[in-house]
Each structure stands twice: as C-alpha cells, then as structure tokens.
Write a protein that binds this ligand. Sequence first.
Ligand SMILES: Cc1cc2nc3c(=O)[nH]c(=O)nc-3n(C[C@H](O)[C@H](O)[C@H](O)COP(=O)(O)OP(=O)(O)OC[C@H]3O[C@@H](n4cnc5c(N)ncnc54)[C@H](O)[C@@H]3O)c2cc1C
Length: 454
Amino acid sequence: MKKNTIVVGAGLVGSLLSIYLSKRGYNVKIFERRPDIRKEQMNAGRSINLALSDRGIKALEEVGIMDDIKKISIPMHGRFLHNADGSTAYQPYGQEGQYINSVSRGELNKKLMDLAEQNGVEIFFEHSFLATESTLMLDNRRMEYAVFSNKNNTRKIPYETDITFGADGAFSKARLNYQLQHDRFQYQQYYIDFGYKELTIPAGKNGEFLLEKNALHIWPRGNYMLIALPNMDGSFTCTLFFPFEGEISFETLDTKEKVATFFKETFTDAFPLMPTLTEDFFHNPTSSLVTVKCFPWVREDKFALIGDAAHAIVPFFGQGMNCGFEDCRVLNELIDKHSEDWNLILEEYQTLRKPDADAIAELALNNFVEMRDKVGDPRFLLQKKIEAAFSKKHPGKWTPAYSQVTFSPHIRYSEALKNSIRQEAIMQQVMSIKDIENKWDDVSVEEKMLQLLG
Ligand SMILES: Cc1cc2nc3c(=O)[nH]c(=O)nc-3n(C[C@H](O)[C@H](O)[C@H](O)COP(=O)(O)OP(=O)(O)OC[C@H]3O[C@@H](n4cnc5c(N)ncnc54)[C@H](O)[C@@H]3O)c2cc1C
C-alpha cells in the first residue's frame, strides 16, 4: 500500500521531498504556514538569492527540474575580491568549467511547488503545524495524526498520516514537538556573534551588471565582510556579515550618516553603486545566524526531520540548501535499497546523514574565517596556489577541500572534513619550508607533498 505522507513546510527541502515521494506514487500533502508565495508578493524567506552547487544540482536533475532552474541561474566561476587597499583579485572556485550558481530563492521555491503539484501533491497554505498525536483503534492499530491550526488560528485540524516529515526549517515546530515527546532527545543550538543584513546594488541604466556578472564578490575586512551575488535582472544582492556588538558593529552604526561614512571608507568601490544604502540599512532586518544540531532525527517508521529542521548551519559554505537537497536524494535511494520498509529506511537515513550534517556544520563555521579574513592574506593565497598546482598535476591524490564539498557529490561531507584536516596538516608543513614564497613551484615542494601524503 502506498503511504499517506505529510510534509510540514513547503520551503525548498519540503517541496523537493514531496516531488521525490509523489513520483513514487505516495499520497503527499504539504502544510505550509505562509500564504502561497506564487500569489502574494512577499519576501520569500531568509535570503534573496542562494548559491546552488553540485550536491543540490544532482537532486534537482533526478527529479527532472534542473533544465528549468538553469534558465534562472547565473554561473559564478570564482571569487572576485575587493581588497581594503582598493586592489581587486580573482580566484577561480575550481578547475575550468566548475562553477556555482546564483539562483533566486523565491523563484526556485515556486518552481519546486509547481512541479510538486503537477505530480499530484496537495499544498495547504496558511496551515501551521502544532503536534503529532495518535489514537488506539478498536482493532489495536495505532492511528497517527498531524495537527495543524488553520489560517485564522480558529480551528485545530487533525490529518491522518502514516509518515510525517518535519521540513519546517531552523526553528522547526515539528522538531520542538518531537523533543517534548521524546526522552533523551539531544538538542544544541549555537548563535555566532555576527548577524547579517541584505542590501542592494541595482542594475545600471540599461539593465547592465555594474560588477563582474559571473562571480561571487567579496569585500573581506578581517572581522567582517560584505558579499554580493548576481540576480537575473542585473542587480546584485549584497549581504553584510557584521558583529552585533562592539566598536564596529550593527549596534554602533546607528545613524544614516554613520552608515554612509562607514561604507564610503570601508567598501569604497561598492558605496557609489548603492544609492539606497542608508534606506535599505535601516529598513531591512538584521538577522541572526544559528547552527542547530539534534538527535535522533526519526521515530520508528512514522516521523523524520529533514533539511534545516534536522541540521541548520551557517551560510558560509553555501551548503545549507544543498545539504537538505542531498538529504532528499539519499532518502530516495534508501527507499529502493530497503524496498519501502520505512523502519529500515529512516534508521539508515539518520545513521548516514547525521555525521555528514555535523561535518558540513563545522566546515561552514570554519569557512567564515576563511572568507572574511584569510582570502585577503598573501600567505593563505600562496597556500591555495600550491594546492591548486599540486592538484592539477596529481588530480587523483589531491582535491582541494572547497572542491570536495562543492563539486564532488560522491564524497561525503564527513569524508571531506576528514580529508581537509589532513590536507591542512600537510600544508602547514609545506608552508613552513624556508623561503617557500620563492620556491613554491620547485620540484622539492612537490616531492615533499607526495612524501607527506604517503
Ligand atoms: C543568509 C543566508 C544565506 C544562505 N545562502 C545559502 C546558499 O548560498 N546556499 C545554500 O545551499 N544554502 C544557503 N542558505 C541556507 C538555506 O537557506 C537553508 O538551508 C534552506 O532554506 C533550508 O531549506 P528548508 O526547506 O529546510 O527550510 P526553510 O527554507 O526554512 O523552509 C521551511 C518552511 O517551513 C515553513 N514553516 C515553518 N514553520 C512551520 C509550521 N509550524 N507549520 C508549517 N510550515 C512551517 C516555513 O514557512 C518555510 O516555508 C542560506 C541561509 C541564510 C540564512
């Protein structure tokens, strides 16, 4: 019998999961707290655009929507650095032909919802998840319900379900409900001392891009940074990652004059491209950045957390959504492997994905320091240059950590983390070679790396 499945949340991950399940013939209902973003003009969520990379792409290809998404994506082949001294530099992300994609969160979400509905998924908007409940039937069967409040919070409506997926994001109510019901549920949340604010660089007079289009722009400034990703209309969405408190912080930039002066002095080449800077700065919210870890993710064959609800991470590796899409892909593979035995499927799903989610959470936190600080440091750039040259010569022996995470979906995040720790230890030894600045491309350096690799 095909299962009645409820997905809580029609965000990126919930919508994709529902497509996978409905394509298998499952009867899927999604319940979404917000109104339908396809009908109402609203901010679609937490960031305006996102970097989509190979792990996410693999899942979108599997459900057959990637060709459509390509049409609304802008390839970003590398980082374009805007240094404090006014110089600029370009760092490719990987080998030639490897790139990440800037895509609008709202447009991607809408397309996923459309495809879900085309596959028979029913989406109930303005329904907020409250709890799961169960009743013992006369024949001793336990009947499960997911309970939602309707639009005006006037009614609680129970819907019968065989499996409920909590795909309701970092502040998941489904997770909270599970935590209240489950003994020994482990839960950890960690906020960094930095928040973010979205700002804008509009398109030029004729709709042209005012910065290099096919790159992710970074203004690294040591303790904080500004980044910009291109949009299809010629504009860029900028995100300022900045301390909440301290001498230079959201707290101290408290007047339009201070904001304008700070940007003019600190992000000198971006400032003239941001005509609505001071309005945007005080109009747009300052949002926090959280890492969430929890366990278990599943209950028998009846309930599972997926996407940010299971593992919210900070955005500095551009992997939160990609990781959530990979959850869906792995789950789909396990349905085949265990011939629809959902006890086995969910057990293996959490066994496989939990270490990978923990690994990308750690990699993402580490990447903040790399992006805001190290990318402008000449020794760090030299290290990357040595790694890139070695990797080009010995592709089977060395894949840079960034490429393992971003362009190598066959490598698990947990493997990528292990490999990156080992590589970093090797590079520390290489960087300590006397006069490495001048002999970085010497054959002795290559031999040393081969020897250290064993
Ligand atoms: C600033 C920023 C930049 C980012 N950049 C990237 C990037 O470049 N690349 C990348 O891969 N990831 C990025 N991420 C991470 C990415 O946004 C998330 O990983 C992704 O949105 C997770 O999708 P989700 O569907 O699990 O959760 P969400 O997108 O949060 O969706 C959850 C859905 O559940 C709904 N919901 C919530 N509560 C309830 C309830 N009680 N009942 C019913 N529905 C409910 C919400 O309305 C929402 O629609 C970024 C995140 C941030 C904050």
